[in-house]
Design a protein around this ligand. Structure first.
Ligand code: ATP
Length: 330
C-alpha cells in the first residue's frame, strides 16, 4: 500500500525538469513536497498521476504500474492539480455528479458520497452557482470535493492552499489533517509553516533532484538556529557571555533592542549553560527561550546550493543531511 517512485526522469527538449527521482510514500504519511518555483514538483506529480509520461523510471501506486495498469493505479489515486481547475460553466452539483459518474459511483452510494463531500466542504449554498462565478476559496473547495469523492487511499495535492486567504488556508490544512487518517497524501507547497502544520515528512527538491528528506523536526535540526537561545536581559548582555563555552556566535534582533540569539556550536546543548550563567550572576531575565530551528533558513540554504559549511556549520552536519536523503532513497 505504498507509492513507489523509482528513478523518474523528465526532459523538455534539452532541459532536465526531473532527474533521477526516487522515493517511497507509505500509508499514514503526509509528504510535503517542497521546492522553489520550477523545481519540478508539478512535473513529478503529473508523472505520479499518469498525466505525463516519464522519459525514464517507474511509478507504482499500491503495486500497480501507472503506465502498464493505469486504471487500477488511478482507482487508488486522486489528484488536485495546481489552481484546482474545473469546468467553469458547470455548477458544483453538476461537476460533482460528472466526477461521480467518471469514478463509477452509482445509486445510493453516489448520493451518500455527494452529500458527504458537500457537507464536509460546506458547499451547500453554492451548489447551483456556476463555478466560474465562485470565490477562489469555494473553487478550491469544489476541487477538493471532487478529489475526495471516491474516498481514494492516496491523494496528490498540488499547492492546495496557494492563493487562499489565511482562514481558507487554515480550513484546507484542517481538511488535509482529517484526510490523513484514511489516506496517504503528497502535498506540494511553497509555504514552510504548512509543512510543520500538516506534514509527517518533508522532501525538498530543486532542479529536479532531492536535496533533503526527513521529518519537519529532522529538517529543523539542520538549522543553525536549532537549540539557539533567545535571550533578553534587563541590564543588557554582559560582555563575558560571549566567552561561554559552546557558543558559536551572537545575533542581535534588529527589531527588538537588547534581544539576541545565542547560536550554539554543533551538538552543544547551550540552554543549561546560559541558564547557569544567568543564575550565577543573578541576572534579571526578560525573555529566555530555545529555538527548534528554522525551516525557511534550511530551505534557502539547501535550494540556494550554498554549502552548509560556509555558514559556520561544520562539514559533519552537511554530511548528515545528505546521508538522510540517501538512506530514504536507497
Ligand atoms: N511542458 C513543458 N515544456 C517545457 N518546459 C516545461 C514544461 N512543463 C514544465 N516545464 C519546465 O520544467 C521545470 C519544472 O516545472 P514544474 O512546473 O514541475 O515546477 P514546480 O516545482 O511545480 O514549480 P512551481 O512551484 O512554480 O509550480 C520548469 O522550469 C518549467 O518551466
Amino acid at each position: 500500500m505504498t507509492i513507489e517512485i523509482d528513478r523518474l526522469q523528465k526532459r523538455f527538449g534539452d532541459f532536465v525538469a526531473v532527474e533521477d527521482l526516487s522515493f517511497t510514500v507509505k500509508p499514514g504519511e503526509v509528504l510535503g513536497f517542497l521546492g522553489p518555483n520550477g523545481a519540478g514538483k508539478t512535473t513529478t506529480m503529473r508523472m505520479i498521476t499518469g498525466f505525463l509520461h516519464p522519459d525514464r523510471g517507474t511509478v507504482r501506486v499500491f503495486g500497480h504500474d501507472i503506465r502498464k495498469a493505469p486504471l487500477q493505479a488511478k482507482a487508488n489515486l486522486s489528484y488536485l492539480p495546481e489552481g484546482a481547475p474545473a469546468y467553469g460553466e458547470m455548477t458544483p452539483l453538476a461537476f460533482l455528479n460528472f466526477i461521480a459518474a467518471v469514478r463509477g459511483l452509482k445509486g445510493m452510494d453516489k448520493r451518500r458520497r455527494l452529500d458527504e463531500v458537500v457537507q464536509r466542504l460546506a458547499l451547500e449554498k453554492v451548489l447551483h452557482q456556476p463555478i466560474d462565478t465562485l470565490s477562489k476559496g469555494f473553487k478550491r473547495r469544489v476541487g477538493l470535493a471532487q478529489a475526495i469523492l471516491h474516498r481514494p487511499p492516496a491523494l496528490i495535492l498540488d499547492e492546495p492552499t496557494d492563493g487562499l486567504d489565511p482562514n481558507q488556508k487554515h480550513e484546507v490544512r484542517q481538511l488535509i489533517q482529517e484526510l490523513s487518517g484514511h489516506a496517504l497524501i503528497i502535498v506540494s507547497t511553497h509555504i514552510l509553516e504548512e509543512v510543520s502544520a500538516v506534514c509527517t515528512r518533508a522532501l525538498i527538491i530543486a532542479r529536479g533532484r532531492i536535496l533533503a528528506d526527513g521529518t519537519p523536526a529532522d529538517l529543523e535540526r539542520r538549522s543553525r538556529y536549532h537549540g539557539a537561545v533567545c535571550v533578553k536581559l534587563c541590564g543588557g548582555l554582559p560582555p563575558d557571555l560571549a566567552l561561554l563555552p559552546g557558543l558559536a556566535g551572537v545575533e542581535h534582533d534588529p527589531r527588538i533592542p537588547g534581544r539576541c540569539w545565542l547560536i550554539p556550536e554543533a551538538g552543544v546543548d547551550l540552554y543549561p549553560r546560559v541558564r547557569n550563567f544567568i543564575a550565577e550572576r543573578r541576572l534579571e531575565v526578560e525573555e529566555l527561550t530555545v529555538e527548534r530551528g528554522r525551516l525557511d533558513e534550511v530551505f534557502q540554504r539547501l535550494t540556494g546550493f550554498e554549502p552548509l559549511s560556509s555558514r559556520g556549520r561544520p562539514a559533519a552536519a552537511e554530511a548528515q543531511v545528505e546521508s538522510i536523503g540517501e538512506q530514504e532513497n536507497a
